[in-house]
Design a protein around this ligand. Structure first.
Ligand code: ZN
Length: 299
């Protein structure tokens, strides 16, 4: 709790007013995370801007497919755990019928906030009525996974890698949107979560977590080609088809599993707070990056 109360006094210094870029090319909406100087770390400002962008793409009848991308070297380094724009205690409008969070004590603040911004919004974006493609380059870490996973298709460059290090770093069983054991075979999901190591695009492709891997120079063209093809097909057919597969995932228990693990996730946040005085066990962006460099053999 001390972490939440103390850091409530921290000023938020947004480096941009446009954390998400929106453009329409032909019948495809390109939604691009735009915090390249922070490897597209997701703060609340970005999360709500993503929600605005997805809503805009859905409401525009001329848009028939959506690409989600990240500006710069990396797709997304995950949730913002330490940039000047970290806005854990900033109140945004409540879009998913959750109550305000900033005036809640103890574990309730984070639980309420993450119900909307992470679990709730991810489910909402997954169920968008138009086909979505994640275009992934470089790092796709923790909170970045959630954004890629809610898209229907994932096209990655050869240099892309995927990682959820929150168990080794924070003692938390994966990010808020628990799809790991649906995206990967269970034993591979255990390895991915328990060890928290990087998974290359080619290995992710071998499990079907990624649809296509291409050289970096061809990434945008590959995503555009699929998006344009989808955009040229019938809108209702595309919608029904993605719903059909999403429904199968629900029959396999995806929603119930992610609900259960969301509560484990918050038990772990609360345990960290009780034991260390910080809901993420004192991990900062810098310490997480240092741990990652050690693991990958960089100095
Ligand atoms: Zn969390």
């Amino acid at each position: 709790m001390s972490d939440l109360v103390d850091s409530a006094k921290v000023d938020i210094a947004y480096e941009t007013d446009s954390p998400v870029l929106y453009a329409v090319e032909g019948a495809v909406a390109w939604i691009t995370m735009n915090r390249p100087s922070f490897n597209n770390a997701q703060n609340g400002q970005m999360t709500y801007a993503l929600d605005d962008a997805f809503a805009r793409a859905v409401r525009d009848d001329a848009v028939r497919a959506i690409v989600l991308a990240g500006n710069g070297k990396h797709f997304s380094a995950g949730h913002d755990i330490g940039t000047p724009g970290r806005d854990l205690h900033h109140e945004f409008d409540k879009r998913l019928m959750v109550p305000p969070h900033t005036n809640k004590p103890g574990a309730e603040l984070l639980y309420t906030r993450e119900q909307e911004q992470y679990l709730g919004m991810c489910r909402r974006w997954r169920d968008i009525s138009k086909p979505t493609i994640a275009m992934v380059q470089g790092a796709c870490i923790a909170g970045g996974l959630m954004l890629a996973w809610v898209c229907d298709l994932i096209v990655a460059s050869e240099d892309a890698f995927f990682q959820d290090p929150v168990n080794p770093l924070m003692g938390i069983p994966g990010v808020e949107y628990f799809a790991h054991a649906y995206e990967l075979p269970p034993r591979v999901a255990k390895e991915f979560l328990l060890l928290g190591e990087r998974m290359s695009a080619s290995r992710a492709h071998s499990f079907g977590m990624v649809n296509k891997v291409v050289p970096r120079a061809e990434l945008r063209d590959a995503a555009a080609a699929w998006a344009n093809k989808l955009a040229g097909q019938g809108r209702l057919g595309n919608w029904l088809t993605k719903q059909a597969v999403n429904h199968v995932e629900e029959l396999r228990g995806k929603r119930a599993a992610s609900d259960a693990v969301f509560h484990m996730h918050h038990f772990a946040h609360a345990q960290n707070d009780l034991v260390t005085g910080n809901s993420i066990a004192g991990v900062s962006g810098a310490s997480a990056a240092a741990a990652n460099k050690r693991e990958s053999g960089q100095s």
